[in-house]
Design a protein around this ligand. Structure first.
Ligand code: ADP
Ligand code: MG
Length: 359
């Protein structure tokens, strides 16, 4: 039988897709994306750490944004819009992001020093003055404006932060020191961060999450829903800053018409702290695919599922498992026809990926 669900009817539309590598998590997400693209007007954003969504997104005439040191596509972490914050002042929220960003760049074990925080916050307010006086794209600040403002402060702490930022402004890691030059307003946008190295990946993930937030808030004011897919979500949960942001997304998105979906192979990451556990508890849709033995026990306890139900996620084939939707639990088998064009742009199996899709 065909299973049709509308996540917008749930109390909480947040979703998780859980399963061992190769069980079909990304494929399930792509299936939902293709369906949402066709039957809704929702915008769709994808955080793609493996660089595997571009064939589908390109086919739907979406925008793939490749974020890498060799890319000529740029997004500006300083981007802001008038609806960016639920409070009166969008700038204080932006200052939070820039503090997190500086913390990743500068911070040692203890994070930023109080004086460092103060000078960064002061400079953030300075560099947006021109933009808020005349909000045109040319006045949007970039990282270099922050760098210069820091150098003009008297405190030695400000200079310390500026020096740490230097490589991201003038040096080889300057990919976030540009105005946005891609169409981040396409209906379907995929942020491909595969080629970012370890340190830059943290920064990249944080900046992507902020872009998503900007989009969700802007869409909300025009009455549009935004679906956000986070593949390999354990990468986000591993880092303090992006984990905190993910928790916020799970708490606040619903109110803003956001529909987040996290994909991960590692259930334990979802239970690593009380805060992160919120993500698990506030997901009214879970697509549970094949599970490893240890994770199966954890899930059985967390979700109160019977041994019989567990059999559907034990040594199950790709695309087979259990669907949790509100208070309904339903076993499913999804054998997607492999002779369709849609299959060829969604599969990642070597040899099956269509030639046109590979570039
Ligand atoms: N429902 C399905 N129907 C047919 N083939 C599937 C299905 N789900 C997954 N597959 C196949 O299995 C491969 C691996 O799935 P994938 O979603 O990449 O796994 P994961 O993201 O969990 O590591 C896919 O590329 C596809 O070829
Ligand atoms: Mg995957």
């Amino acid at each position: 039988n065909l299973i049709m669900v509308d996540r917008k009817k749930l109390k909480n539309p947040n979703g998780l897709i859980l399963g061992t590598p190769g069980s079909g998590k990304s494929f399930s997400a792509k299936r939902e994306i293709a369906n949402a693209f066709l039957v809704t007007d929702d915008d769709i954003i994808i955080n793609d750490p493996e660089g595997e969504y571009s064939p589908l997104v390109n086919r739907l005439k979406g925008q793939v944004i490749k974020i890498s040191p060799n890319s000529t596509q740029f997004i500006n972490p300083m981007d802001i819009n008038a609806n960016y914050s639920e409070e009166d002042n969008p700038l204080s929220l932006k200052a939070d992001l820039i503090l997190s960003l500086c913390e990743l760049v500068v911070g040692g074990k203890e994070g930023l020093l109080p004086v460092e925080k103060t000078v960064i916050d002061r400079c953030v307010h300075l560099i947006y003055r021109k933009y808020f006086a005349n909000p045109c794209p040319e006045n949007m600040p970039i990282l270099e404006d922050l760098y210069n403002a820091l150098l003009q402060q008297d405190e030695k702490e400000a200079h310390h932060v500026a020096t740490a930022l230097e490589i991201y402004v003038k040096g080889s890691l300057n990919l976030f020191n540009h105005r946005t030059n891609v169409n981040v307003n396409n209906r379907i946008v995929c942020y491909d961060i595969k080629e970012l190295g370890k340190q830059m990946k943290k920064l990249g993930m944080l900046i992507v999450q902020d872009q998503v937030w900007g989009r969700v808030t802007a869409n909300h004011s025009s009455g549009k829903s935004t679906r956000y897919y986070m593949d390999e979500m354990h990468l986000l949960l591993k880092e303090e800053q992006t984990a905190a942001y993910s928790v916020e997304i799970w708490k606040r998105f619903r109110k803003w018409g956001g529909i987040p979906t996290g994909l991960t192979q590692n259930v334990k990451d979802l239970l690593s702290s009380r805060e992160v556990e919120n993500i698990f508890e506030n997901s009214d849709m879970i697509i549970m695919l094949n599970q490893a033995a240890g994770d199966r026990q954890i899930l059985a306890k967390q979700l109160n599922i019977s041994p019989h139900q567990l059999s559907y996620v034990t040594h199950s084939g790709e695309g087979e498992g259990l669907l949790f939707f509100g208070n309904v639990i339903l076993p499913f088998v999804d054998r997607f026809p492999t002779d369709l064009e849609l299959y060829r742009i969604m599969t990642t199996k070597l040899g099956e990926v269509s030639e046109g899709a590979q570039k």
